[in-house]
Design a binder for this molecule. Structure first.
Ligand SMILES: Nc1ncnc2c1ncn2[C@@H]1O[C@H](COP(=O)(O)OP(=O)(O)OP(=O)(O)O)[C@@H](O)[C@H]1O
Length: 321
């Protein structure tokens, strides 16, 4: 388990991380999300004591700098490529392994595990970004740690690689490990993460389970198909719902629960061929939650009016003190 308390970092006038506190539970994948420049990398560096700042992070009760053999407890993958330019990938890992009391057998094991077994004698400088990410994960796994802290591990991976990384992290979490992972790929995060820490401008926006985040920051809609769609749309609006026409004439209903829509169809004697709920995506929730905390806001494309944005003030779950 990771417990972060009161993390704070200022660069001259910029407060990069503003008193962040959160817990990361074992046995699940916890995603770390935030717009560009919101402070994710700075938070991760603070957690590992790589940046000077305030606050405390405990990894299963110990701060990173107090752990005697950190690789055996906390595996890390940060954005920069930390590889020796001329050593082979295998020798790079062997060197790290021997400094941490880890045998060569484990080096070959992790290289196989991340799919680099056949290129282990190549130099990392000849690796693609995706291969370098795999090597970074191999390095993080070297000491078989119970905790993993990964900054953008899917960066540079192709769709197969992303799929592989997702399965790998879910598998590692299922073994009871604590996995804290940042990513820009929201659709990927929706498939991979069970819990989320979402920040904007260095402050906490949400800490809790993914479904709760999507529910809190978006509205799910009810989809209706009916041979009498037009008449039923009028009845729905009369009952206070907002109705738009979707593709193939479906009615997209918001502001009314699915049960109430079904009941109205029954009382109006309207035949329905579909009645279902459509949940919003993590991306929609992220846009709604972080809209007002984006640091870099581009102009809207010509002909588009800016969408209304929900103020990002809600938090759910863990303390935010
Ligand atoms: N070395 C630095 N000197 C000055 N300001 C910095 C430095 N590093 C980060 N910052 C600022 O701190 C804030 C947080 O940056 P950080 O890189 O932690 O965000 P991030 O969420 O990881 O961004 P991204 O998603 O774009 O990687 C930003 O405003 C950034 O400009």
């Amino acid at each position: 388990m990771i417990t972060a308390k009161g993390l704070y970092k200022r660069y001259r006038k910029t407060v990069a991380v503003d008193h962040l506190s959160f817990d990361v539970q074992p046995g699940v994948v916890t995603g770390f999300l935030g717009p560009n420049g919101s402070g994710k990398s700075t938070t991760m560096r603070l957690m590992l004591g790589l940046d000077h700042g305030e606050g405390q992070t405990l990894f299963d009760g110990e701060s990173f700098t107090d752990i005697r053999r950190p690789m055996n407890k906390v595996g890390t993958l940060l954005e920069a490529k930390p590889f020796h330019p001329t050593r082979s990938a295998r020798n790079h890992l062997r060197m790290l392994a021997s400094a941490n009391g880890i045998g060569d057998k484990r080096v070959d094991e992790v290289m196989e595990l991340v799919g680099l077994g056949t290129v282990r004698r190549k130099k990392p400088k000849g690796y693609s970004l995706g291969m370098a990410q795999r090597l970074g994960l191999a390095q993080a796994l070297l000491g078989d740690p119970r905790i993993l802290l990964l900054d953008e591990p899917t960066n540079g991976l192709d769709p197969h690689g992303i799929h592989w990384m997702r399965d790998m992290l879910k598998h590692l979490a299922s073994e009871g490990r604590t996995i804290f992972v940042s990513s820009h790929l929201l659709s990927e995060m929706q498939l991979m993460a069970d819990e989320l820490v979402v920040i904007g401008r260095g402050t906490m926006i949400f800490n809790g389970v993914v479904d709760q985040f999507v529910r809190e920051f978006t509205q799910s809609t009810v989809i209706v198909r009916s041979p009498s769609a037009d008449g039923f749309a009028t009845a729905l609006e009369g009952a206070g719902a907002a109705v738009t026409k979707g593709k193939d004439g479906e009615l997209v209903v918001s502001g009314m629960e699915i049960g109430a829509v079904g009941h109205l169809a029954f009382t109006e004697n309207v035949e329905l061929s579909e009645l279902s709920t459509r949940s919003a995506s993590l991306e929609e929730a992220f846009m709604s939650a972080t809209g007002s905390s984006e640091e870099f806001v581009a102009a809207e494309p010509l002909g588009k009016t800016p969408a209304a944005k929900t103020p990002a003030t809600k938090t759910g779950g863990a303390d935010n003190a």
